[in-house]
Design a protein around this ligand. Structure first.
Ligand SMILES: O=c1ccn([C@@H]2O[C@H](COP(=O)(O)OP(=O)(O)O[C@H]3O[C@H](CO)[C@@H](O)[C@H](O)[C@H]3O)[C@@H](O)[C@H]2O)c(=O)[nH]1
Ligand SMILES: [Mn+2]
Length: 522
């Protein structure tokens, strides 16, 4: 039986090695010069030695970074073989989208992302899309209801014309009108529907008000009658489309993917741990709704640009020879809003083309927080064991009363659920570090697993990169200071409502100290 994926040497290795040798010679020459020309005491010797120390340190750093650049590899997934071998007997997939603030992350864009994910070329009854809203905003919730209605037209349209990309915002921005008059009619109809929906969402966000008829005709809006704020509210879980409900179909009569809204509980006295906290709540909430063996997550600004990404990722997990070792499949972060000449290097070319591919030689790339497919089991702390057999059929397949499921799910998204548990440590994404994704991925490697980097010619995900120098510096500061939790929590807050969050942080630390003390007293 043929393999489901191939591994090849990436091109340009020889050229890179030649370049690296010249840099190495350069470093050696500089060091030689420093060592042989030390000035006399008093004539700047201390500064000279200081420079020597810095250059030695740089040289050492440069040498160790070569390990991630020396032998990059390329992966190729054979999705036709996957289809031939498995047909529709494929595992269920849970997709997590995180959003945090309807002002800086406009709901209409978040919804384009959600639609692109619902429209994957994958059996819809096996797809479950979850939106985590850390802003706890009724506007985002309203926008998701609009999306659920529009999906009934969008999904059949995508399937019928096999279009790419499947984010309506990106598709209508870049596609030409079709020539065939029948196709044109449908194209214009769907485009108008989409534009009207976007306008309704944008004007609701602007005015801060949800149309009354929406509130009357759809469930869930009463959650916002309690007078909570984005920082202080009860847990909210609403199943907007239940894929197991035979009545939930699109205009062609095909079932729709499950669609769930979650805003985990927020209280000023409890720390929320940013995206990692949201992801962990999603892992638990999804475990009572769909419990798929594969979990994929994206940032809300990263739409799916390639409708076959799920199938490609599965080529790695389901490969007979290697699949059982693979914990996660990471795709690169690509962006469509590069500044002219890419002056801040935001396209991340070195990371995407060289370093992640280079690490793939040594057991796999890092987990970079978005565009990644995980096994649910490894994300929940399982160590590698060569005799372990994944249950690809796992998942909740029978329909249950929706209210009961929602109530159960809410109890898993409270502030106190994680107290005295291993969540945020051994289970789920790790807390206490602004690059939670990277340390979570490393911890998975430490438990014996490998990972795979897949960078297909047609980008799998496309997002929005920082465009100004101050945004860029902020992001890089956060990334590079990942090890220094203290400082970086402060930096991260600069984007997410600076003052209040900082106050919460101080409060959190105080509560922690108190609970530590109590532990010793008991
Ligand atoms: O309290 C929070 C804060 C952020 N987010 C979401 O997390 C994602 C990433 O946040 P963003 O501010 O866009 O950070 P970036 O620097 O763009 O993110 C990059 O770097 C992060 C690590 O620093 C990774 O987690 C991300 O996946 C990666 O795209 C977004 O979808 C946010 O909505 C939350 O859900 N809750
Ligand atoms: Mn981002």
């Amino acid at each position: 039986m043929g393999r489901l994926f191939a591994t090849e040497k990436a091109g340009g290795r020889a050229l890179y090695k030649l370049h690296a040798v010249t840099v190495f010679v350069g470093i050696c020459l500089v060091l030689c010069y420093r060592a042989t020309h030390v000035p006399a005491a008093g004539a700047g010797r201390a500064a000279w030695l200081g420079m020597l120390a810095a250059e030695l340190w740089f040289g050492f750093y440069w040498v160790i970074t070569q390990s991630s650049r020396w032998c990059p590899i390329r992966r190729r997934a054979f999705k036709d073989r996957l289809a031939a071998r498995y047909g529709d007997r494929l595992p269920c997939v849970d997709i997590f989208v995180c959003t945090a603030d309807p002002q800086s992350e406009p709901p209409s864009l978040v919804m384009a992302t959600v639609l692109s994910l619902m429209a994957y070329n994958y059996p819809p009854e096996k797809l479950n899309v979850y939106l985590s809203d850390d802003g706890g905003s009724i506007l985002t919730f309203y926008a998701l209801w609009e999306t659920a209605a529009f999906a009934k037209h969008w999904l059949p349209f995508c399937r019928r014309y096999n279009i790419e990309p499947r984010s309506p915002a990106a598709y209508f921005a870049e596609s030409d009108r079709p020539n065939d008059p029948r196709a044109l009619e449908e194209w214009s109809f769907v485009k108008d529907l989409y534009q009207e929906m976007t306008e309704r969402i944008n004007s609701a966000v602007k005015s801060g008000k949800v149309p009354e008829e929406m509130k009357v005709n759809h469930k869930g809006f009463s959650e916002w009658n309690t007078g909570g704020t984005s920082k202080d509210h009860q847990p909210i879980v609403q199943i907007l489309i239940d894929g197991k409900d035979r009545g939930a179909v699109d205009i062609d009569g095909n079932v729709l993917p499950t669609l769930v809204y979650m805003a985990r509980e927020k209280r000023p006295q409890y720390h929320h741990n940013f995206k990692a906290g949201a992801m962990n709540a999603l892992i638990r909430v999804s475990s009572v709704i769909s419990k798929s063996p594969i979990i994929m997550n994206v940032d809300c600004d990263m739409y799916s640009n390639n409708s076959d990404s799920i199938r490609e990722a599965l080529c790695f997990f389901l490969d007979e020879e290697m699949g059982h070792k693979i914990a996660f499949v990471q795709y690169p972060q690509n962006y469509n809003n590069m500044t002219k000449n890419n002056i801040y290097g935001n396209s991340l070319n070195v990371i995407n083309q060289v370093e992640l591919a280079g690490m793939d030689t040594w057991g796999g790339p890092l987990y970079i927080g978005t565009g990644c497919f995980h096994r649910r089991e490894t994300l929940c702390g399982r160590s590698f064991n060569k005799d372990y057999k994944e249950d690809w059929d796992q998942g909740i397949k029978t329909q249950q009363p929706i209210d009961q499921t929602e109530e159960k799910a809410k109890s898993l998204a409270t502030c106190t659920y994680e107290h005295n548990t291993q969540w945020g440590n051994e289970i789920g994404l790790k807390y206490g570090c602004p690059v939670e994704d990277v340390i979570t991925g490393l911890a998975i490697h430490c438990r014996g697993w490998e990972s795979v980097y897949n960078n297909p010619p047609r980008a799998a995900f496309v997002g929005v990169a920082p465009t100004t120098i101050s945004q860029t510096i902020l992001q890089h500061k956060r990334w590079s200071e990942g090890a220094n939790g203290e400082l970086v929590t402060g930096i991260r807050n600069q984007r997410f409502l600076p003052w209040k969050e900082a106050a919460n942080d101080a409060h959190h630390k105080a509560t922690l100290k108190r609970s530590e003390a109590l532990k010793y007293l008991q």
